[in-house]
Ligand binder design. Structure first.
Ligand SMILES: [Zn+2]
Ligand SMILES: [Zn+2]
Ligand SMILES: [Zn+2]
Length: 407
């Protein structure tokens, strides 16, 4: 997708200085002598260059189908009506307002249309004095073509997509300054959905903030945070850094915040994995001590043999651990790492076990008794661990994935 033309001198300077409002100058009648020398022919040529197309074929009449409300509830404007308003503007028929642009070109328009379309324009026009039935207002600081697209939209809501794309930022400013919400919505929607790029996002963000377009601002910030590496190298970023250091600071903070949120998320995922592994270990331990599996099990059970595939993912790990625990010479808490682990698993089981008297897991009752003498600090730590493992159990329940394994 081609990027927007953002290197126009207007944007570079105006983004830095634009504070959300535009100047409009009412041309005094007394100074209109100079207007006579305005290159009116230029605008006339411009208008005549865009000779209206032949009238379109009759549009399909809104079909009265099952939904009869289509005509009463919504406003259906036929293409002919839009074309009529578009022609009225482009031909400037009986125009009584001359809009003078930066380069002195004139866009003819109609007092009544402008007043109805924009309360801001109405205010300016009411203050201007008419000379020979024509009122003059000046819109400086913007290219002629952008103002032409703007005024055309006021008449018919029509626009050429190529022109809209070229001047969308100018039009956003114009629609905000002259209070034309329908145009503002078009600009904001097109930027949000199609025309936001890593090249223009910084400029768009600044204009969105000045033009009170909060959702567009938010979308820009998200894009900047997501692709900070690329965007921080763009020309737009460099210009913003010089002209608007507080915005740079704000964006850097957003990037840092997003990074720490991401880290936090990853940490939580890692934590969940550990709790899930512990839960699986608890399941496997119970399974080995109750039913037995492969090579190890309670004395009162006949093992099913190694050919039976075990459904407990942590079984093999626990089996090795139990085997080691039964033969290790340093079988004390804090001794060998594997034994230490076994002790912890046995204690965790005991804390989760509801029937220590019937339980076949070694030391289950022993730990239940030991609990009475434990310090409050240790007690709180264990309670937290048990609640996290139980929460994992409840989250995954019988549907939990059996792919991960205890290691
Ligand atoms: Zn097993
Ligand atoms: Zn050991
Ligand atoms: Zn138990």
């Amino acid at each position: 997708m081609a990027s927007l033309d953002l290197d126009t001198p207007w944007l570079a300077s105006s983004i830095e200085s634009f504070d959300g409002s535009l100047d409009i100058h009412i041309e005094e009648v007394s100074s209109s002598a100079s207007l006579d020398s305005l290159d009116k022919s230029k605008s006339i040529i411009h208008c005549s260059q865009t000779i209206p197309k032949p009238p379109p074929l009759p549009a399909k009449i809104c079909q009265r189908t099952k939904n009869q409300r289509c005509l009463t509830k919504s406003c259906f404007v036929p293409k002919e009506t839009k074309d009529l308003w578009d022609r009225l503007f482009r031909e400037g028929y009986a125009a009584d307002v001359h809009i003078i642009t930066e380069n002195g070109s004139v866009i003819p328009a109609h007092y009544s249309v402008l007043c109805v379309a924009s309360a801001v324009l109405e205010n300016f026009l009411q203050q201007s004095k008419a000379k020979n039935g024509i009122r003059y207002i000046k819109i400086p600081g913007l290219p002629y073509d952008a103002i032409y697209v703007f005024i055309r939209f006021l008449y018919s809501s029509c626009y050429d997509e190529g022109e809209m794309k070229k001047f969308v930022l100018h039009l956003l400013v114009l629609s905000h300054s002259y209070s034309v919400p329908s145009l503002k919505k078009v600009c904001v929607d097109l930027l949000e959905q199609r025309w936001l790029t890593t090249e223009n996002v910084i400029d768009v963000l600044q204009l969105a903030k000045n033009c009170d377009a909060p959702r567009l601002s938010l979308i820009c910030v998200r894009m900047i945070v997501k692709d900070f590496k690329t965007i921080s190298l763009t020309e737009g970023w460099k210009v913003m850094k010089r002209a608007n250091p507080s915005l740079e600071q704000e964006l850097l903070e957003s990037v840092v915040e997003a990074d720490s949120r991401k880290e936090e998320r990853l940490k939580k995922i890692e934590e969940k994995k550990v709790y899930l592994q512990l839960y699986e270990a608890m399941e496997a331990l119970l399974h080995i001590c109750k039913e037995g599996c492969r090579t190890i099990g309670p004395c009162d059970k006949v093992l099913k043999g190694s050919q039976v595939s075990c459904p407990f993912p942590a079984c093999k790990g626990i089996e090795t651990l139990v085997r080691h625990f039964s033969i290790c010479k340093t079988r004390v808490p804090g001794g060998c790492m594997q034994c230490k682990r076994m002790w912890q698993l046995l204690e965790l089981h005991s804390r989760m076990c509801c029937e220590p008297d019937l339980c076949k897991v070694p030391l289950c009752r022993h730990f239940k008794e030991k609990m009475q003498q434990q310090s409050k600090k240790d007690e709180a730590k264990w309670k937290l661990l048990v609640s996290k493992v139980m929460a994992t159990k409840n989250a995954f329940g019988p549907f939990m994935s059996r792919r991960s394994s205890f290691s």
